[in-house]
Design a binder for this molecule. Structure first.
Ligand code: FES
Ligand code: FES
Length: 152
């Protein structure tokens, strides 16, 4: 039997009827069409599916969609305002911190959650904040550089 949920996704109210087995990552991608959230490992190890849920980063591949009733979610699509990129997105571009881009949405959201709580993190704190996000392409130096540039 489906479960009715009502939540806020990227500042928009969303109501849906979801199966108890449906995972948040699949709800976002397949039901809502927010395909910026990536499905990588599916077991909470890679961070590609990271979203911000009530101010905390979570692996959306580990959370049932039914559990987000009443919650507020930010996905990568919620960072830009129309055509205007979020400062973190611009910094990732400026610092060459994006190659294939698969990890980028999760990286951006981990960085945003950090800066929302701690606008001036140290380089070490940035590394800790993105430690759950795996990048197979860039290495991490340019990503940390990009976040650090925004934090200054
Ligand atoms: Fe969720 Fe890898 S897909 S952590
Ligand atoms: Fe390709 Fe990070 S840019 S996985």
């Amino acid at each position: 039997m489906n479960i009715e949920i009502s939540c806020k996704i990227n500042r928009q109210n969303v109501k849906a009827s979801v199966s108890p087995e449906l995972l948040l990552v699949d709800f976002l991608r397949d039901d809502i069409g927010l395909t910026g959230t990536k499905r990588g490992c599916g077991i909470g190890e890679c961070g590609a599916c990271t979203v911000i849920l009530d101010g905390q980063t979570v692996a959306s591949c580990l959370i049932p969609a039914a559990a987000v009733d009443g919650c507020e979610i930010t996905t990568v699509e919620g960072l830009s305002e129309g055509e205007k990129l979020h400062v973190l997105q611009q910094a990732f571009l400026d610092h060459g911190a994006v190659q294939c881009g698969f990890c980028t949405p999760g990286m951006l959201l981990s960085a945003k959650a950090l800066l929302d709580k701690n606008p001036k993190p140290t380089r070490e704190e940035i590394k800790v904040a993105i430690s759950g996000n795996v990048c197979r392409c860039t290495g991490y130096t340019k990503i940390v550089d990009a976040v650090e540039a925004v934090a200054r």
